[in-house]
Write a protein that binds this ligand. Sequence first.
Ligand SMILES: [Zn+2]
Length: 421
Amino acid sequence: MIVLKGRIIDAISDTYFENGVVVIADNKITRVCREEAFSVPPEAEVYKLENGTIMPGMMDVHVHLKVGIPEKVQNPAVYTAGISRTIPGMDQYLGYRILKSYLAALNFVPSGITTVRDMGDMGGYFGLSLRNLREFCGINALPRIKTANVLLTAAGSNQDPLPSWIKLTDVEDWVIRGGADEVIQAARKNMNARADWIKILATGGPMNPEFQQLFTDEEIYAVVNDCMNRGIPVAAHAMYAKGTLTCVKAGVSSIEHGVELTDEITDIMAQKNIYLAPTFTIVKAFINGEGKQPAVYVDRCKERFETMQKSFELAMKKGVKIVAGTDWKAGENAQELQHLVECGMTPMQAIRAGTIEAARLLKMDRQLGSLEEGKLADVLLVSGNPLEDITILTKPDNIKVVIIDGKVEKKGVMNNEKVCL
Ligand SMILES: [Zn+2]
């Protein structure tokens, strides 16, 4: 039995309480109550921190588990404005990049991220293989993974990774499709590999306003319908209003980025329970120069950030469900919660976006996402009170204890801080 003592944010209640205990037996949360209501048996493993907070394991619903090695290659077929881009696989062996991806994925758990949704790669089955590795080999050092596997995009767009004369070992030729039947076949190929989600690149990226919608209406409706019939949710990369509207009308489960949201789009999202993952972290990272992007790209991100923020405010006003996804590196993923707060959420709303709301999007909320008796024990003990300062969660040093499935995966005993064992 494991007993955690401290301030409790259960991610379900509107408020928190001090002097609480969370009791874990096997892989389940068996009690969440005040300290005086529970007498700790002598054999229990007890964790307590001065000014510590107990909360559910956090979730990042937009990551990419494939690590690309930066290699700027000009792609004349698809790039305008002189932007070079990272082409995966140009400079290293596939095996090397798989190992790098595994090493990167080990950063989630120490950062308090116990579940991620992998939003896909162009081939190589990176996220899917990591998911299987965790599930088949019981590697709890990896977070729980839901994966979109190979993402679907349209030929001739900015998201078409390479001119057709270049063939890469880990870019599937079925990524890029045309025609409803072919898009469905690509989705089914993912389903055959047991992907949890299907990801479609419905519009261009920040530099490509000319790509308002990359698939035809017919293609989008066809793939969403086919997925719905099989109970597989669809996530849509959607940065421009036209493609976003088509996707929400077709009934995707989540809009990724959602830079240009309108009244009509947000009304449909609220009505159909379509989630928004604004992914502020990646845009902020580019703006701050972390992505080492060319100046023209950084300027464009700055300009688009205002539009993003307005869309986010509109979504909040309309009651659209919002979830935390970084679209950025592994580790320190709670940065998204910080940005959600900076853009207008309360710290409690942001924590929910990264726990219970994320669990609802992933259809894992019956087992995960909150501290409730009977749920699986993915639990954190963090130093400080994230409701007073959300940035606490962004620093892995503050994430002292991480429990996944009832097993302690991180015991960060820091100097001068009391962690009673
Ligand atoms: Zn992404």
